[in-house]
Ligand binder design. Structure first.
Ligand code: TRP
Length: 383
């Protein structure tokens, strides 16, 4: 096994730690979005052939109930992977909420909503695992040796960390916390603790994943060069377009412009009534020039099972009012099963969520403790 210690900005060394039968990724390119996208297509094909080869580790910080942006960007793909037969593990990253803010909010209530959103969207606790950071001690113990494998300079170069630090400063909250700086290593612990080998991400999260790959590679090199222990997880790129809120900026809880999945039909109607369009009457799909109209077309097309272009042509000269009516109808219909499942859970929600997390936390703990036992042996810290 030939590996060299590389920084995240230099090309990665050839992978020799892939699961059996998995072709190595391109050895001489940085993991640009382009490469990751091509590789993702290959992975999709392999999932169709043998889903048992993959364990997905993914998650969210519980900062609010999930919204339409989450559904289109990640939640639907988690359900799709689960239904394809992949082992899907979802971390509710409660310890990371305070990475860039002082107030965690009402965590028990938010965690409950996040779990309910997953169940309503189709995550099945008999097949998938949901766990909270705070319940799985062994995961965090792994972070200490992992921290020794990266430099502060590398962490400071991480574009996602930088962007998040800038955003936090813009909200005048505070300067970068140690937890935010080391966030990518914590994420590496999430993934490697359960031996996740596939991580669905948007292009903005690729640098985080590269840190995980670096940690895995350097751990192997330092402690088990003869036989690599950690596989380097791969990215599965998710839909690249950002869902916009009613004000035309990225949909997010903190901007107050989101359509929550748990919202009522009336809320949905009101959301699209408020949604910004532009002054051109004729509806066309031009994402660069007309982002707000393109956003409505994408959302409507997604739920109506058509393309944004076709939807634009069908509305055409009728204009923004009829476009909004069509999109509202498609979203209300498309979210109906999810909302019905959520209502069916409502009576017993507290107990259901406790049960899902108890099972998920037990499984994640078993996996992470197994990994920690192996790591302690490899590091020769068993006395
Ligand atoms: N970084 C993700 C977010 O901010 C949450 C997350 C935590 C995560 N650990 C992870 C995602 C591991 C993928 C893999 O939403």
């Amino acid at each position: 096994m030939e590996t060299t210690v590389t920084s995240p900005t230099t090309p990665s060394s050839p992978d020799t730690t892939h699961a059996v039968g998995q072709p190595p990724s391109s050895p001489d390119e940085t993991p640009s979005a382009h490469v990751a996208r091509a590789r993702s297509a290959e992975i999709e094909a392999q999932i169709a052939l043998d889903p048992s080869r993959y364990r997905v580790l993914t998650g969210d910080r519980p900062t609010g109930a999930l919204h339409l942006g989450h559904l289109l960007a990640t939640l639907e793909s988690r359900v799709r992977l689960q239904d394809a037969g992949v082992d899907v593990v979802v971390v509710v990253a409660d310890y990371q909420v305070v990475a860039d803010r002082d107030e965690a909010g009402d965590l028990p209530a938010v965690v409950r909503e996040v779990v309910l959103d997953h169940l309503a969207a189709g995550i099945d606790p008999d097949r998938s695992t949901m766990f909270t950071h705070s319940a799985v001690s062994a995961l965090h113990q792994l972070m200490l040796p992992f921290l020794s494998l990266v430099t502060v300079a590398e962490l400071e170069r991480n574009p996602t960390v930088r962007a998040e630090a800038v955003a936090a400063a813009a909200r005048q909250e505070r300067s970068m916390s140690g937890l935010l700086l080391t966030y990518p290593v914590h994420q590496a612990a999430d993934i490697l603790a359960v031996h996740g080998n596939l991580v669905p991400v948007g292009t903005d999260q690729l640098p985080h994943l590269e840190t995980t790959r670096t940690v895995a590679r350097r751990f192997n090199q330092r402690y088990t060069a003869a036989q690599p222990y950690f596989a380097e997880p791969e990215a599965l790129l998710t839909a690249s377009t950002t869902v916009l809120g009613h004000d035309g900026t990225k949909m997010s809880k903190s901007r107050g412009n989101a359509l929550e999945l748990r919202a009522t039909e009336d809320d949905t109607v009101a959301f699209f009534r408020r949604a910004r369009t532009d002054s051109i009457r004729h509806v066309t799909f031009e994402p660069q020039e007309r982002p707000e109209v393109a956003n409505l077309l994408r959302i409507g097309a997604h739920f109506a099972g058509t393309t944004p272009q076709a939807l634009a042509e069908s509305v055409g000269a009728a204009g923004a009012g009829p476009l909004k009516a069509v999109v509202t109808e498609a979203v209300v219909e498309g979210l109906r099963p999810l909302r019905e499942r959520r209502r069916a859970l409502a009576d017993d929600a507290g107990a259901v969520v406790r049960e899902v997390l108890a099972r998920g936390n037990a499984r994640a703990t078993a996996l992470a403790e197994g990994t920690l036992t192996d790591v302690r042996e490899l590091m020769r810290t068993v006395y």
